[in-house]
Design a protein around this ligand. Structure first.
Ligand code: PGA
Length: 251
């Protein structure tokens, strides 16, 4: 069974509502949601999520949240729940992006609570994993991504794994212009698929979508996608303009 490719734009903290709606209109008119075998999504800032979801209705492009809180509601100033992003139009969420891990105290334990809350609400999840430069240089890449993967997905059963994608994003490649080579990425993707097989079995591992992220651009996307265990891309900078995001979807 061929796995679909999954191309997702993470807009981070970029775009006003007006800019985001204009961008969504461009993506829709480019027909980016219509490519067979390629699933496409965008993660706008929360202020624009509802408007972008409305603008993309009928486009085939899904809208996701960049983060969420694990409780459904409550006295959690500044936080937004899975139910809330779903109501606003999200069908999926990122969890544990490296910027959340590095700058906002995300741990495998908090990531796990977020994954479970999102899945319980019916959302799909893109779980981000990846080593920092010093961890790679210390030869700890496999150990770090194993801890991220298994720690963040603890208690998720095989049925729910159908709604979980993994994004391998080496921290040293994010926003730096320094991409992992296709061979470096493939090596970690194969390792991740092996870990999924060990924890959830062969069928789940075979179907699991594992994206690469970190300075993916129109000129390097194709060789990354050609690797057997790379099933898509999670893209920051190059997802912010319609033309470059369009080129990525048409890798
Ligand atoms: P980048 O970001 O494509 O700008 O390197 C990737 C990400 O943070 O998901």
């Amino acid at each position: 069974m061929a796995r679909p490719k999954l191309i997702v734009g993470n807009w981070k903290m970029y775009k006003t509502v007006a800019e985001a709606v204009a961008m969504a209109g461009s993506l829709k008119s480019l027909g980016l949601g219509g490519r067979a075998g390629v699933h496409v999504g965008v993660c706008p800032p929360l202020t624009c999520l509802h408007a972008v979801a409305q603008a993309l209705r009928g486009s085939g492009i899904e809208v996701g949240s960049q983060n969420l809180h694990w409780e459904r509601e409550g006295a959690f100033t500044g936080e937004v729940s899975a139910a809330m992003v779903k109501e606003a139009g999200a069908t999926f969420t990122l969890v544990a992006h490296s910027e959340r891990r590095q700058l906002f105290g995300e741990t495998n334990a908090t990531a796990n609570r977020k994954v479970r809350a999102a899945l319980a609400e019916g959302l799909s999840v893109i779980l981000c994993v990846g080593e920092r430069l010093e961890e790679r240089e210390a030869g700890r890449t496999f150990e770090v991504v194993r801890d991220h993967l298994l720690g963040s997905l603890e208690g998720v059963d095989s049925a729910a794994m159908a709604r979980v994608a993994v994004a391998y994003e080496p921290v040293w490649a994010i926003g730096t212009g320094r991409t992992a080579t296709p061979a470096q990425a493939q090596e970690v993707h194969a390792h991740l698929r092996g870990l999924i097989q060990g924890a959830w079995g062969s069928a789940v591992a075979e179907a699991a979508v594992i994206q690469y992220g970190g300075s993916v651009k129109p000129d390097n996307v194709r060789e990354l996608m050609a690797q057997p265990d790379i099933d898509g891309a999670l893209v920051g900078g190059a997802s912010l303009k319609p033309d470059s995001f369009g080129a990525l979807v048409h890798f």
